[in-house]
Design a protein around this ligand. Sequence first.
Ligand SMILES: [Zn+2]
Length: 66
Amino acid sequence: MVTISGGVISKQNNTSITYRLKCEKCGHEDESESTVTVTVGLTEVTSKKCPNCGNRQIIKMKISMN
Ligand SMILES: [Zn+2]
């Protein structure tokens, strides 16, 4: 099970998850994608600058058992 804030998942399979920034300030969804390997227990925290409004958006993703 994957939970994400500050971003949206665009692709997901058994081995990898691809996500994009979704700015919480202006709602912009970025076109550039990031991919992480599926690891149960992984918590991924990254920050990206929104190209639309300049907000530095924190993206938090957690992968846990169902
Ligand atoms: Zn924005």
